[in-house]
Design a protein around this ligand. Structure first.
Ligand SMILES: [Fe+2]
Ligand SMILES: [Fe+2]
Length: 354
């Protein structure tokens, strides 16, 4: 039976077993880190719950590792409780099981406070057990509900809980739309500090967020086709310039005997770059699952095709495109990788077991 441990108990046990993997441990090297620089521990189990995403289907059936929310309706069930909130946003709850011990963290927070907060309640997300918070990058659709959730559920969160952000994760962003340039808002450092119980940890290098899960730190760009968008902007030296998302990172797990699980927010730096970076930093080539927003909505067909071809060559056991991947790319993955493709819906729990 898995049990929960506090940090002190975990350190004690780890020291006696010689398997010390402290959350918050950082590996120097970042973008240029050597092949296999991160000795990522194997987890025997992991569960990823999608708290919010762009798409919801209450009647979608369980499929392979995807356990859907809301299909087990029986007489007496309050039908209103089986309606989750979907939006242009993304939020995950991730649980690892390492040496029989469970650890969990949140990665991204969606936009709409009421919707995301209600989803957390309906999905029974245990915030008291959450050991850390991560943010994939500085766009509002990943942190919009952050401050209100933390404020309203303050009693449930641990004192001093770390918030891991990449470089410029707390910097204002801008988007160029047909009508002109618009601020995409900013998660302000002072607003996070004002919460009084969250400590900001800015990272550049691979960092363990909880035992069994790493944040990549900055991603090395290796493909020639995954380029910065001229429509995603950041202010540098008083000028708006294309954003290179230097601080965007992925979550990486290593499932025992199965390979890497790579979870991303928006993949503005390119999903192929992100997966290849995870392979390089861990020295593990086998990829079990790739999941998240691949930012291919509105992309030209050649870009979608090149991405699908390269992901197909990496040959993950599961591919779960969500959020900003867009209909055309999602259907392309389904067409070209039918045995590996899973359509995500809000509330789905992905059960990764050995
Ligand atoms: Fe984004
Ligand atoms: Fe996004």
């Amino acid at each position: 039976m898995e049990k929960k441990m506090n940090r002190r108990e975990f350190i004690k046990t780890s020291l006696t077993t010689g398997a010390l993997v402290l959350a918050g441990d950082m590996v120097k090297g970042g973008i240029d880190s050597a092949y296999g620089a991160v000795k990522i521990p194997e987890v025997e189990k992991a569960t990823v719950t999608v708290i919010t995403d762009n798409y919801y289907d209450a009647l979608k059936r369980h499929y392979k590792i995807a356990r859907r929310y809301g299909i087990e309706i029986k007489p007496g069930t309050d039908i209103y409780k089986f309606n989750l909130h979907a939006e242009h946003g993304l939020s995950y709850h991730i649980e690892t099981v390492l040496s029989g011990n469970r650890h969990s963290f949140l990665f991204d927070y969606g936009v709409d406070f009421q919707g995301v907060s209600r989803n957390m309640e309906l999905l029974n997300i245990d915030l008291k057990a959450v050991e850390a918070l991560g943010l994939s990058h500085g766009h509002f659709d990943h942190w919009g509900a952050f401050l209100e959730i933390l404020k309203s559920k303050k009693e449930e969160f641990r004192e001093g809980i770390p918030l891991y952000v990449g470089e410029e994760g707390l910097t204002e962003r801008f988007g160029r739309f047909p009508g002109g340039v618009v601020s995409l808002r900013q998660l302000k450092r002072e607003d996070v500090e004002r919460l009084g119980f969250v400590s900001i940890v800015e990272i550049k290098d691979p960092t363990s967020i909880v035992p069994g899960a790493y944040l990549t730190g900055s991603i090395e760009r290796v493909t020639e086709y995954e380029k910065d968008s001229p429509n995603m902007l950041i202010e540098r030296g008083g000028k708006l310039v294309p954003d290179n998302f230097i601080g965007e990172y992925a979550v990486v797990l290593n499932l025992k005997g199965k390979g890497l699980i790579v979870l991303v927010g928006c993949a503005h730096v390119g999903i192929v770059n992100m997966v290849k970076h995870a392979q390089k930093m861990t020295g593990i080539d086998k990829v079990h699952a790739v999941m998240g927003g691949f930012h291919l909505t509105g992309a030209i067909p050649e870009l979608i095709q090149k991405t699908v071809t390269d992901i197909k060559a990496i040959n993950p056991d599961y591919i779960v495109p969500t959020h900003c991947t867009g209909y055309e790319a999602i259907t392309a993955f389904e067409r070209e990788m039918p045995g590996q493709f899973i359509l995500n819906t809000v509330g789905t729990r992905y059960l990764f077991t050995v």
